[in-house]
Design a protein around this ligand. Structure first.
Ligand SMILES: Cc1cc2nc3c(=O)[nH]c(=O)nc-3n(C[C@H](O)[C@H](O)[C@H](O)COP(=O)(O)OP(=O)(O)OC[C@H]3O[C@@H](n4cnc5c(N)ncnc54)[C@H](O)[C@@H]3O)c2cc1C
Length: 393
């Protein structure tokens, strides 16, 4: 005869998605255990948003996520919205503000979000199994069995919420992918995303601008982001570059419009109104002086506008609006805010995040092949996918 299970659900990973899922399932009367090899829950939340946690984005919609199936995230995102999460934040008396582009941050500290999730878990009588490695996970007779440290726990449902391998120094691993494969789910090739891009020797002039930032429009293929870009001693970073990095593939160029605010023949207009200006001094009105200088050096132009034919100015306008960079790589998982790719949505229900072929197995959060833009979208996916699974447990 089969032994009765110890829990209704075992949730692996006490990060954003795991804590939310455990809290909601617990509050729905499920007996839940939340297991993590880290000694503290929510470590990524604590370092997120520069310590203030950009916990959601009010412009959340499925087209702000990358996935092999662009429709997959719609169901969960529409059933648990940024306003739902905000209502929870407000119920806990956490002060917040909108920074820019719909990004909501705590006024105080990301610690408040972790404390809120822990309080919600306590309200659901969630048990914690922290600080021991998960030695084995198997499934037999309708029960999932997890060996953690010296302990064995069983349940008819298992939720994989162990995230992706970005920032391994915080304990992040690709464990979710190993488990998913073990249970017959496919994995879309994971890759670092929201990650600084590196430039080779051909970008040395720009690497020398380390610390300089400018408001640009960066594009990769058909996607474009108008935000700040930052030159680093290795290459390109800042929000605009992090955003395009998620779409970038090896061998592809990134294009940068250094003057997204300028329209038409603006350089020719400048020549008519102030012919004695040099190109460098015109650019320095819009861009940091060091960047203006580097661009002029690359363009090989030191002349005054008056001495430059209109055709040359037109060509320069065009080059400044589509400046190509050919990154030779990224700074990798050590610096990536998220991992793109992950457990394929093909095998999961978009409504519940449950495996189609194996009852009781769920995958939520960053482990799934759903990756948000920079700006609170990744936490919103963690909350929404967790809610969807919790309600099905
Ligand atoms: C520096 C940084 C800043 C960020 N800022 C923001 C932001 O402001 N806004 C935003 O929306 N997103 C932000 N993100 C992304 C966001 O943190 C993640 O998308 C989100 O945490 C994913 O939630 P998750 O629960 O799926 O995974 P995680 O929060 O990563 O949780 C996974 C949990 O699983 C555990 N785990 C992993 N492997 C194992 C294993 N083998 N055994 C046992 N346990 C394991 C980990 O210890 C962890 O507790 C940031 C990420 C980084 C790195």
């Amino acid at each position: 005869m089969t032994q009765p299970a110890d829990f209704d659900a075992i949730i692996l990973g006490a990060g954003a998605a795991g804590m939310m899922c455990a809290a909601v399932a617990g509050q729905h009367g499920r007996k839940v255990i939340l297991i993590d090899h880290a000694d503290e829950p929510g470590k990524k939340i604590l370092i997120s948003g520069g310590g203030r946690c950009n916990f959601t984005n009010i412009h959340t919609s499925a087209d702000r996520y990358l996935s092999a199936n662009p429709h997959f995230a719609k169901s969960a995102l529409s059933r648990y919205t940024p306003h739902d999460f905000l209502a929870l934040v407000e119920r806990h008396g956490i002060a917040w503000h909108e920074k820019t582009l719909g990004q909501l941050f705590c006024d105080g500290s990301a610690k408040q979000i972790v404390a809120m999730l822990l309080a919600e878990c306590a309200a659901g009588n969630v048990q914690f199994g922290m600080g021991s490695p998960i030695r084995a996970v198997d499934h037999a007779d309708g029960h999932y069995r997890v060996t953690v440290g010296e302990r064995v726990v069983t349940a008819p449902a298992l939720v994989i919420a162990t995230g992706g391998p970005s920032i391994p120094q915080l304990g992040a691993t690709g464990f979710a992918y190993d488990l998913a494969r073990q249970f017959g789910l496919k994995v879309v090739q994971p890759r670092p995303a929201l990650v600084p891009l590196t430039l080779g020797d051909d970008g040395a002039l720009f690497r020398a601008l380390s610390g300089v930032s400018a408001h640009v429009r960066a594009s990769c293929g058909k996607v474009r982001f108008e935000e700040a870009a930052l030159f680093t001693h290795k290459g390109l970073s800042g929000p605009a570059m992090l955003q395009v990095s998620s779409y970038w593939r090896h061998g592809e160029p990134i294009h940068v419009d250094f003057l997204p605010g300028e329209q038409g023949d603006w350089l020719i207009d400048a020549k008519r109104s102030e012919p004695r200006l040099t190109l460098k001094s015109v650019l320095a009105r819009h861009l940091p002086a060091r960047l203006a200088e580097a661009l002029c050096e690359r363009l090989g132009e030191a002349r005054e506008l008056a001495n430059m034919p209109d055709a040359v100015l037109r060509d320069i306008q065009h080059r400044l609006s589509r400046w190509p960079f050919l990154p030779n790589g990224t700074e990798g998982y050590a610096k990536a805010e998220v991992t793109a790719g992950g457990v394929s949505t093909d095998g999961l229900s978009s409504k519940t995040l449950e495996a189609r072929h194996l009852s009781g197995l769920f995958v939520i959060g960053e482990a799934v092949d759903v990756t948000g833009w920079l700006g609170g979208y990744n936490f919103q996916w963690a909350w929404a996918s967790a809610q969807a699974a919790a309600k099905a447990l």
